[in-house]
Write a protein that binds this ligand. Structure first.
Ligand code: DGJ
Length: 539
């Protein structure tokens, strides 16, 4: 009854929703090599947070969460849809949790990215319905090398695939029915952190049979067509085995764990592709898969083997064209290492999960400025007890204001981002006619920060809006300017702090004295978050 009422209200509202008449389905578009996510026909940067796994299973639990998210200035919540709760009895669907999420997101003026916790969640099949879990004959599992079944549905089985696909299609039908006017849901993640554990590949009967078969022509064609642009990781594996184009998996890639992993990646990606393609045929939202990153020194199988790891990019691209993006979940400290890997070949950066910590604010300024970043999203975002104090909330407040500028100037190459740490405290870049030196705040002799202890990260986004005019937004940075013209020096004509209100710059304090070191540099100290507009001149 409640649901019928909800659907009726949603339909009624959509008739009078002015946005609805002008908006179209969220989509990814390309401007040259640059990818934009369009929401309501405008470029959209996800200033997000992902819920802890269990939070969205209870409306009571969720009730106090929304105000926290608002206090942290999120524009998007990334939230799970649990197959087991959506289809508790085969063929009987209950969308009430999804409806509540959508209803609450709308009330709070937020968008949603939904995570399909279907066949796999962190490798395991813990969110499949009980009627799937308990019927291992109909829904078979992977086997490890010792022949022991794991709680992981095998991707080598049609029943597993079709049953997951049916449920996913029903979800997409439902989203289309209730959301295709307002587009509260802007993207969908298919499955969660896929990958085989214990061993690099499954040893179930169907897997063994497939492993000895000739490698699919489709994959060979992809390798041949993209031979000059393969990741160096895959290229060297194929090269060592002699760039063969026919034979089974071990003929083409050699014997070993790397080949076992490639084999799993292909079969996982094909499985996911069918699910995503069937969902898109109903309702064509952007879709991505996320990755539990491979820990240095670990073997495939110790980490989830065959997931969309950076070294498996080509296999996933070949196997799952319906998937728009491969996305890293970043829980390791070497942020830049992973973001560089995931943005090879001009791929956009979509971070659905990152460890929730104080340094995220600086990373967000860097990510949106430096990369073609579409999403930033700390995990278990609702777990904070002090949302009003969270640095990511302060960063989002600023990023929200400058998002239109980033989207406007980034495709032209006039935006950059910087991440400063104790080990990497100085960076330089040329933007237009100026050479910028960007330093960590603690490099200043008079900065209040500790010289000996741990340094918080500093980070900023810098946007050149005209030849002598820059916006600098961030935390914990100092920026100085030189010119690229021989014999000329750069001077600060004016420096203002300020904010954007309804897209218009509203200046606050003029800062041409102590605040800019009497015209020498621009500074946003650690523990402050600011936007400053600087006008330069040359003398
Ligand atoms: C990554 C997974 O994708 C999440 O669902 C969650 O399990 C986190 N890890 C926990 O750190």
């Amino acid at each position: 009854m409640k649901r019928a009422l909800f659907l009726a209200i949603m339909f009624f509202c959509s008739l009078f929703d002015t946005n609805a008449q002008t908006s179209s389905i969220p989509k990814l578009i390309k401007i040259g090599h640059y990818t934009q996510l369009l929401v309501n026909n405008k470029p959209y940067l996800i200033l997000g947070g992902e819920l802890g796994n269990s939070s969205a299973s209870s409306n009571d639990y969720m009730r106090p969460v929304w105000s926290k998210l608002k206090q942290m200035n999120l524009n998007t919540l990334i939230a799970p849809v649990y197959w087991e709760l959506m289809e508790p009895v085969e063929g009987d669907f209950d969308f009430s949790l999804v409806d509540s999420l959508i209803e609450d997101a709308r009330l709070n003026h937020m968008k949603l990215v939904l995570l399909w916790f279907g066949s796999w969640k962190n490798s395991m099949s813990c969110y499949v319905p009980a009627w799937v879990k308990t019927d291992t004959k109909r829904f078979p599992r992977v086997l490890n090398k010792k022949g022991i079944p794991l709680e992981i549905l095998t991707p080598f089985n049609k029943n597993n695939l079709e049953t997951d696909k049916d449920a996913f299609v029903r979800l997409m039908q439902h989203l289309k029915q209730i959301d295709s006017k307002q587009y509260t849901v802007i993207a969908v993640q298919v499955e969660n952190e896929i990958g085989m554990l214990d061993n690099a590949r499954s040893y179930d009967e169907a897997a063994n049979a497939a492993f000895s078969q000739p490698i699919p022509k489709e994959l060979i064609h992809y390798l041949q067509k993209n031979k000059l642009n393969l990741t160096p990781e895959l290229d060297s594996i194929w090269a060592i085995a002699g760039f063969k184009t026919s034979g089974n998996w071990e003929d083409i890639f050699g014997k070993g764990l790397a080949t076992d992993e490639i084999f799993m990646a292909w079969n996982y990606s094909k499985y996911v592709n069918e699910i995503a393609a069937a969902g898109k045929a109903i309702y064509d939202l952007p879709m991505y898969v996320n990755t539990a990153l491979n820990r240095a020194g670990w073997e495939p199988g110790q980490y989830p083997s065959g997931g969309p790891e950076p070294h498996l990019r080509d296999i996933w691209k070949a196997g799952s064209p319906a998937i728009d993006m491969l996305a890293p979940d970043i829980y390791f400290p070497n942020f830049r290492h992973w973001t560089d890997l995931y943005t090879r070949s001009c791929a956009p950066l979509f971070i659905p999960e990152i460890r929730f910590e104080k340094d995220d604010a600086a990373k967000a300024f860097f990510a949106f400025g430096h990369y073609n970043c579409l999403s930033f999203s700390p995990f278990s975002i609702e777990s904070t007890l002090h949302p009003e104090d969270e640095p990511i909330g302060k960063a989002y407040n600023i990023l929200r204001q400058i998002s239109p500028l980033i989207s406007k100037y980034q495709p032209e190459g006039d935006v950059n981002g910087f991440l400063l740490s104790k080990d990497s405290a100085y960076q330089t870049i040329t933007m237009g006619e100026y050479r910028l030196i960007i330093k960590h705040d603690y490099t200043l002799p008079w900065s209040s920060g500790s010289r000996d202890g741990k340094w918080p990260l500093g980070g900023c986004t810098i946007i050149e809006v005209s030849p002598n005019e820059f916006y600098i937004a961030g935390t914990g940075v100092v920026v100085t300017f030189a010119t690229t013209t021989t014999g000329k020096r750069a001077g600060i004509l004016s420096l203002d702090e300020g904010s954007f209100e309804n897209g218009k710059w509203v200046p606050g304090r003029r800062m041409n004295g102590d605040q800019d070191n009497q015209g020498r540099d621009i500074r946003i100290p650690i523990n402050q978050w600011d936007i400053q507009r600087v006008k330069l001149y040359q003398y």
